[in-house]
Design a protein around this ligand. Structure first.
Ligand code: CP
Length: 363
């Protein structure tokens, strides 16, 4: 039985007060903007692998986010829509959020999970090929989420898989479900992004700290940002690198009406940024590189009062914990919402959306 949202809020409120910090936009407000679900859009994901953010246009994102909001509001009564399904989370590189949120998403709808949390515990440590590992996934699971240090790993695996494959981050290439979670947080914060047109003076100025050319979260975030061109005024990329975009992203952004420029001076730009997308980690070869003080934010930074900060986490010194309790902190909400966004994605991939939403919610 589906309870009215008002009663669900009553249940969720104490949790919010007890555990949530920062900016917590209400999923119900987002849902109220367009309360009927267009299942034709979500059917596009049925039995489909998710390898790149380029698979998601605005109409599909909109319906996915609406389903996520619906599930987020009903987390305690989501039913057992995926009880006959098994998700394998195969992480050949460390993760906190992506792996656990996929597992949590699956468990909330009655599904089961198998997990590889450390490549050393698999045949990879003995030189086993991705091709043979792919064959095993076919036998053991119904969907597989993979994270790997190598960009080519997913293509190698996809060739031998007969079940949907979800990219949980492949080297410096893409992290599409992270970007979906990023935009889910932003669209709950400003629902007009998804459903309307902001007046010109409120169109967003977005700052992205990092190099889209070699940082997967930044690349995927920027790729999806292009879908919101009507509501974005400008994007500034803050990077120390001479060419933060690289050829592939430059070609992608060249065709967009959004103005994009580059800067090395974050602190002087804070007065006009509405959204700041931070990131701690850049892949350079097999290593990590941490950004320094020039690209750091704290409570002392001269942020506009309503600026929000996104960060896919894990954070480094660039994001001070003294921002956690402020309204600038949208990053915890971003991580929190990822569970419901990923759950919506799984329901769509398995063609089970009709199992969880009532007829009156379908357009
Ligand atoms: N955002 C993200 O990818 O976090 P994890 O590395 O913890 O999965």
């Amino acid at each position: 039985m589906i309870r009215p949202a008002s009663q669900v809020e009553h249940v969720a409120d104490p949790l919010r007060k007890a555990g949530r910090m920062g900016n917590c936009p209400d999923p119900q407000t987002f849902l109220d903007m367009s309360p009927k679900l267009d299942l034709e859009q979500l059917d596009r994901l049925h039995d489909t692998s998710v390898l790149s953010s380029s698979q998601f246009d605005l109409p599909l994102m909109r319906e996915l986010m609406k389903l996520a909001a619906y599930m987020q509001l009903r987390k305690f009564e989501a039913g057992r829509a995926l009880e006959d399904k098994i998700l394998a989370a195969a992480f050949f590189e460390p993760s906190t959020r992506t792996r656990l949120s996929f597992e949590s998403a699956m468990l909330h709808v009655g599904g089961k999970t198998l997990s590889v949390a450390d490549a050393k515990t698999t045949g990879v440590a003995k030189g086993e090929s991705m091709r043979d590992i792919g064959q095993m996934f076919n036998s053991y699971a119904d969907v597989v989420v993979v994270r790997h240090t190598e960009q080519s790993s997913l293509q190698d695996l996809a060739e031998y898989l007969r079940i949907p494959l979800i990219n949980g981050g492949n080297g410096s290439d893409e992290h599409p479900t992270q970007a979906l979670a990023d935009w889910y947080a932003l669209c709950k914060w400003r629902p007009e992004l998804a459903f309307g047109k902001l007046p010109d003076k409120f169109r967003l100025n977005i700052g992205i700290i990092g190099t889209p050319g070699n940082m997967r979260t930044v690349k995927s975030f920027l790729s999806l940002a292009l879908n919101f061109h009507e509501n974005i005024n400008h994007i500034t990329i803050f990077s120390e690198m001479a060419d933060p975009l690289g050829d592939e992203i430059r070609e992608m952004t060249n065709n967009s009406p959004i103005g994009i420029d580059f800067s090395r001076n974050l602190q002087q730009s804070l007065e006009y940024l509405d959204v700041i997308y931070m990131n701690a980690i850049a892949f350079l070869g097999d290593g990590y590189r941490f950004f320094g003080e020039a690209f750091s934010l704290s409570k002392k930074s001269q942020l506009k009062p309503d600026t929000v900060i996104l960060h896919p986490l894990a954070r480094g010194e660039e994001l001070s914990t003294d921002l956690d309790e402020t309204q600038h902190n949208l990053y915890f909400n971003q991580a929190d919402g990822a569970v419901w966004l990923r759950q919506a994605l799984l329901l769509a991939i398995f063609g089970r959306v009709r199992h969880v939403v009532p007829r009156e919610f379908i357009a």
